[in-house]
Design a protein around this ligand. Structure first.
Ligand code: PXG
Length: 287
């Protein structure tokens, strides 16, 4: 059976799931999205993802043509139709088809798209041995240009950084903000561990307020670990005892090298490994 894709209230076979070439989502990257996971048939942090989607849309003057409750229901129903238990869910809302001009008043019908599919994960050995990252020369979007808190369809900023990482033989890039401070990676938030305490850049460093980031902060605090959200520079990463990234796709992944400096012992550290275990226990539970 072919996978079904939800578009505007209807289900289409994957091969027939299409939007107009006049859609401003395609023409201008004018739209918003979410990347969500389901574990054992339960969608992880669904409300938080739906809320972030609606906030991203509100910020770009995009009115999503359904309620938050209906959106949550459509996500769960689409997953069920496809008989998926462990799934990756991509929700996209575009501005809709318009004319060949920026003016959003010329667009009609924002498109609500829900794709539910298998997840493509980092290779398991990376969780065991850790990831190497490199600082990208492309800085994270300036919050006054396109605020990184908006999960918009404009991901070129991050894609440029990702290509730089790949060209340097790494899978992820560390992105700095316009002040040269540590912001985040291309699809993950960053944390360091120092003397048993955790540090991560604050939201006003110009980052996406990651839902996995929030979960990991909660898990760390519940485990009695102090968490600081504070400005960080690359020196803080190079000299950390441990480093890890968080994101919907990656969950919690150790980083053992940054810009050819080994971090700590050069192996995933105990705090990271412990948090990874706590995260796995949470997603396997009733979350
Ligand atoms: N920073 C950025 C720039 C992101 O895009 C995160 C941090 C982590 O946020 P969450 O809420 O996931 O903890 C992201 C998330 C994909 C994909 O397919 C991208 C993300 C998440 C899931 C899938 O590209 N980005």
């Amino acid at each position: 059976m072919s996978l079904k894709v939800y578009i505007g209230g209807k289900l289409y076979d994957k091969a027939d799931a299409k939007v107009s070439v006049y859609d401003h989502g395609l023409l201008y990257g004018d739209g918003v999205f979410e990347g969500i996971r389901a574990y054992s048939g339960r969608v992880f942090r669904l409300k938080q993802h739906v809320d972030r989607l609606f906030e991203s849309a509100q910020s770009i003057y995009l009115k999503i043509p359904m309620s938050r409750e209906d959106m949550a229901r459509a996500i769960v129903d689409t997953m069920a139709v496809n008989d998926l238990k462990d799934a990756y869910i991509r929700v996209v809302v575009t501005r809709g088809a318009g004319s060949l001009g920026l003016d959003p008043r010329k667009t009609t019908d924002p498109q609500v798209i829900i794709i539910t599919d298998a997840i493509s994960l980092y290779p398991p050995e990376l969780y065991e041995h850790g990831l190497k990252i490199v600082t990208s020369g492309t800085m994270r979007n300036h919050p006054s240009a396109l605020n990184p808190r908006i999960k918009s369809l404009n991901y070129l900023n991050n894609i440029m950084a990702k290509v730089e990482a790949i060209n340097a033989g790494c899978l992820e890039a560390l992105m700095l903000n316009h002040k040269g401070e540590v912001a985040e990676c291309t699809g993950d938030n960053i944390f360091v561990v120092r003397k048993g305490e955790i540090h991560t850049p604050p939201i006003d460093a110009g980052i996406l307020e990651g839902i996995t980031r929030d979960v990991v902060i909660e898990l760390a605090k519940a485990a009695g670990i102090t968490v600081y959200e504070r400005t960080m520079d690359r020196h803080d990463v190079y000299t950390a005892d441990e480093c890890f990234l968080t994101g919907t796709a990656a969950e919690v992944i150790p980083v053992v090298e940054c810009d050819a400096r080994l971090i700590g012992s050069g192996k995933p550290g105990p705090v990271t490994v412990d948090l990874l275990k706590r995260f796995h226990a949470l997603v396997r539970s009733d979350h």
